[in-house]
Design a protein around this ligand. Structure first.
Ligand SMILES: [Zn+2]
Length: 420
C-alpha cells in the first residue's frame, strides 16, 4: 500500500509557503503579518480559498481560529488536528508558524492522493495570535480553544494604537465569507504541530527531523523598586533611596544565583528608570525577569531565591515582585513521540529527540489531548527575523513525517485503502 508520505510534494509545499509569505511581505524578504491585521485577514482568505479548492470545509470560532476540515468516515469521532499559526512578529520570517499550517495542507493532500480516507476527520488549524506582539500575551487562539482563558479576559487587551483585541477579532470574523463558527473546547483526538526548530541543534547535527520531547518551563516577573527622587549634587549618599542602585544589586545577585545549573536561561530584557534624568537620583525602577529551565525543580528553586534576593537587596527602597506568567515544563505524549520517531525511521530520515526551548500552541493543546511536535532545522537557528530560512528538503521531510503520522492517528489500527 502506498504511504501518504509518498505523495507529499516538496515543490508544492515550498511554492505555497512562498505564496503565503506575500501576505505582509517585507522589502527585506521577511514577513510582517501581525495578528488580526489586514495582512492576516488576506492570508486567511487565501487559506480558506485554497482549502475550498481542495474540497475542505472551513470553520472558525469566536477566537478567529481557522480550521479546514477533511472529513473522515466516522463523523462521530473527534478529529485529529495539525497546524500552527500564520501570524508573525513585525520583523518575522517566512517559516515560523506558516510551515506548520502548510505542512498540514500537504499531509491532507498526500493522504487523499494516496487514495485513502481516514476514519477520523483531519483538521488543518491556524491558531490566532500565537506571537503576542500586537496583543500581549500571545497564544490567544489556543488559550480560548482549550479554555485556559475566556473571550471576556482577552477582548479588552489593547494594541499600541488603542484597538481592542475584541474589536480586531470582530473585524476578522466579519471579513470571513460563509465560514461557519463552532464552539470552543470541542473534543480533539490528537494534535501535531510541525515547526522550525528556532534553535541550532538539528542543523548542527545534520538531522532533518526533531522529535520534540516537551517544552521548557518559563516564569516571568516584573519587579518594581520604589525609592525617592533627589538632587544628584546635594543629596547625601547615605540618605538616598536610590531605586536603580537597589535594582542593580538585585539583578547582579539574581544573575549569580542563575549561574547554576549552567543551562538556566535568565534574561533581564527590560528596565525602565523614572525619572531617567542624569542629575536625579532614580525614584523608581521597573525591570523584567524571564527564567527558563527544562527541570521544574530548578525553576521553582530559583523562584524562591529570586524572591529572597529582591527582599534582601532592596536596602532603604520598597520592592515588589509580580509573577506575570508561569508555564511549567511539560513532556509530550509518549505515544505521539513514538509515532513521529517511527514514521521518520520508516522513511529513513535521521531523527533525534529535542526539547523545545520556546513556547508554542502545542503547550495549550497538550492539556486537552495527546500532542506532539515535529521540528525541522532552520539556518543558524535564526527566527523572529527576516533572515529566517529553512531548506526545502528539510521542510518536505517534515511534511512527509506529518503525513504518515496523521494517517496513523486518524485511522488507528484500521488502515484501509479505498484504492491502490
Ligand atoms: Zn511559531
Amino acid at each position: 500500500m502506498a504511504r501518504p508520505s509518498d505523495h507529499v510534494d516538496g515543490a508544492r509545499l515550498w511554492r505555497r509557503l512562498m505564496d503565503l509569505s506575500r501576505f505582509g511581505a517585507r522589502a527585506d524578504g521577511g514577513v510582517d503579518r501581525q495578528t488580526l491585521t489586514q495582512a492576516e485577514i488576506a492570508a486567511r482568505a487565501h487559506l480558506v480559498a485554497l482549502g475550498r479548492s481542495l474540497g475542505l470545509d472551513p470553520y472558525t470560532d469566536e477566537g478567529a481560529n481557522l480550521f479546514l476540515r477533511c472529513p473522515g468516515r466516522r463523523p462521530d469521532l473527534p478529529a485529529v488536528l495539525a497546524g500552527s499559526h500564520i501570524d508573525s512578529q513585525p520583523m518575522g520570517g517566512r517559516f515560523d508558524g506558516a510551515f506548520g499550517v502548510m505542512a498540514a495542507f500537504e499531509a491532507v493532500e498526500a493522504i487523499r492522493a494516496a487514495g485513502l480516507v481516514p476514519e477520523r476527520a483531519i483538521e488543518i488549524v491556524a491558531f490566532t495570535n500565537e506571537e503576542g506582539c500586537r496583543f500581549s500575551p500571545g497564544m490567544t487562539g489556543s488559550d480560548l480553544f482549550t479554555g485556559v482563558r475566556t473571550l471576556a479576559e482577552v477582548a479588552g487587551i489593547r494594541d499600541a494604537a488603542g484597538i481592542t483585541q475584541g474589536d480586531a477579532l470582530a473585524a476578522v470574523l466579519a471579513s470571513d465569507r460563509d465560514v461557519p463558527q463552532r464552539p470552543f473546547r470541542r473534543p480533539v483526538a490528537a494534535f501535531v504541530e510541525p515547526h522550525i526548530e528556532q534553535g541550532p541543534i538539528l542543523e548542527r547535527d545534520g538531522i532533518p527531523i526533531g522529535v520534540v520531547t516537551g517544552i521548557q518551563g518559563t516564569r516571568r516577573y516584573r519587579v518594581t523598586v520604589t525609592g525617592e527622587a533627589a538632587h544628584a549634587g546635594t543629596a547625601e549618599r547615605r540618605e538616598r533611596r536610590d531605586a536603580l542602585m537597589a535594582a542593580v544589586r538585585m539583578i547582579a545577585a539574581i544573575d549569580r544565583a542563575a549561574a547554576d545549573p549552567a543551562d538556566t536561561k535568565l534574561t533581564v530584557g527590560m528596565i525602565e528608570v523614572t525619572p531617567n534624568a542624569p542629575s536625579v537620583v532614580p525614584a523608581e525602577v521597573l525591570f523584567s525577569i524571564d527564567l527558563r529551565h527544562p527541570d521544574n525543580a530548578v525553576v521553582d528553586r530559583l523562584d524562591a531565591e529570586i524572591r529572597a534576593i529582591v527582599e534582601a537587596e532592596r536596602g532603604p527602597c520598597a520592592a515588589s515582585l509580580r509573577q506575570i506568567q508561569h508555564n511549567p515544563s511539560l513532556t509530550f505524549s509518549p505515544d505521539l513521540r513514538a509515532a513521529i520517531a517511527t514514521a521518520a525511521g520508516a522513511l529513513g530520515l535521521p531523527h533525534r529527540d529535542i526539547l523545545s526551548a520556546a513556547g508554542h500552541d502545542a503547550r495549550q493543546l497538550h492539556a486537552v489531548c495527546p500532542t506532539g511536535m515535529i521540528f525541522v532545522p532552520c539556518r543558524d537557528g535564526v527566527s523572529h527575523n527576516p533572515a529566517e530560512w529553512a531548506e526545502p528538503d528539510d521542510l518536505a521531510a517534515g511534511a512527509r513525517v506529518l503525513a504518515d503520522v496523521m494517517w496513523h492517528l486518524a485511522t488507528g489500527d484500521e488502515v484501509r485503502a479505498v484504492a491502490s
